[in-house]
Ligand binder design. Structure first.
Ligand SMILES: [Zn+2]
Length: 286
């Protein structure tokens, strides 16, 4: 799932490439992806792209006249910038990966795509960004939050730090992948309980959050459009590296189930060398 660094890179690319261009038309191929009716997609035609940004993991493309196309890419969504489209015929609604297409006046444009059969990508055409349900509930940006804000938000919710850190209403932008990386960098157990964290642990976690996300944004921005291809992340130390050596200490990265997914961590770096109990697994073993 694209998280803060990837969405930031997509916004950065659009700022560079699309700002100043006028929209020829907005085409919808997956009717269910567009969650708003008013304004109609035709309202975008003729307007220039004036900015692109991000709210947590939501991408925000701003057109002149204060019209926003806000997109949540969900688990398998992505934005593909095209220097040219193969055909001028409009997209036909269907089952392909393209959810919607924005054609610009220089012949270029972008497709918002979603792989797989689970269609969760959500697009909103709004004049007020806070009208997007998910955006209104977002907590402060995880990368921008200063230490007092970060500490206050984290302590506002009692729970396992992995879950609290990925709760978009606490802090926005961090998902399953970067929370694994942040907790590893902070040398914290993903199951540590937030209201028992010391001030020093919170400060370390805050610094790790900025470091991990900042580095990832830089790496993502360094990729050119051609390489901006979804889930290809580089520089991860524990996430999706089960069974591989931790690059910090050499211990084997382990995995444990968490919520509806799994998390990866290094026992030596994060849990005093003790593997975390996998509740799902231990139930099976018994
Ligand atoms: Zn380690």
């Amino acid at each position: 799932m694209p998280e803060l660094p990837e969405v930031e890179a997509l916004a950065g690319y659009l700022r560079q490439r699309a700002v100043g261009r006028r929209v020829d038309r907005l085409e919808i191929a997956a009717i269910s992806a567009l969650k708003t009716y008013e304004p109609a997609p035709t309202a975008v035609a003729g307007r220039a792209v004036v900015d692109a940004g991000r709210h947590g993991k939501f991408l925000d493309v701003l057109f002149e006249g204060d019209l926003h196309l806000v997109v949540h890419l969900a688990r398998a969504g992505w934005l593909h910038y095209r220097e040219a489209f193969p055909a001028t015929t409009p997209l036909r609604p269907g089952k392909g990966p393209i959810a919607l297409r924005v054609r610009l006046d220089d012949g270029s444009g972008f497709d918002l795509t979603e792989a797989g059969t689970q269609k969760k990508l959500a697009a909103y055409l709004v004049t007020d960004v806070s009208a997007v349900p998910g955006v209104a509930k977002l907590g402060p940006d995880a990368l921008a939050a200063d230490l007092p804000t970060f500490a206050e938000r984290l302590r506002s919710r009692r729970g396992q730090v992995k879950g609290v850190l990925t709760d978009q209403s606490v802090l926005s932008g961090v998902g399953n992948a970067y929370s694994d990386e942040i907790l590893h960098a902070a040398k914290l157990s993903p199951f540590a309980i937030t209201d028992r964290l010391t001030d020093a642990q919170i400060a370390t976690l805050h610094a790790a959050t900025r470091q991990v996300l900042g580095d990832a944004v830089e790496r993502s921005l360094g990729q050119r459009a051609a390489e901006l291809k979804g889930e290809k992340r580089s520089g991860l130390k524990v996430h999706a590296r089960t069974g591989l050596p931790c690059p910090v200490c050499g211990d084997t990265v382990r995995e444990v189930s968490f919520a509806d997914s799994s998390l990866q961590y290094c026992p030596t770096c994060q849990t005093g060398g003790k593997p975390l109990a996998d509740r799902r697994l231990s139930r099976l073993v018994r």
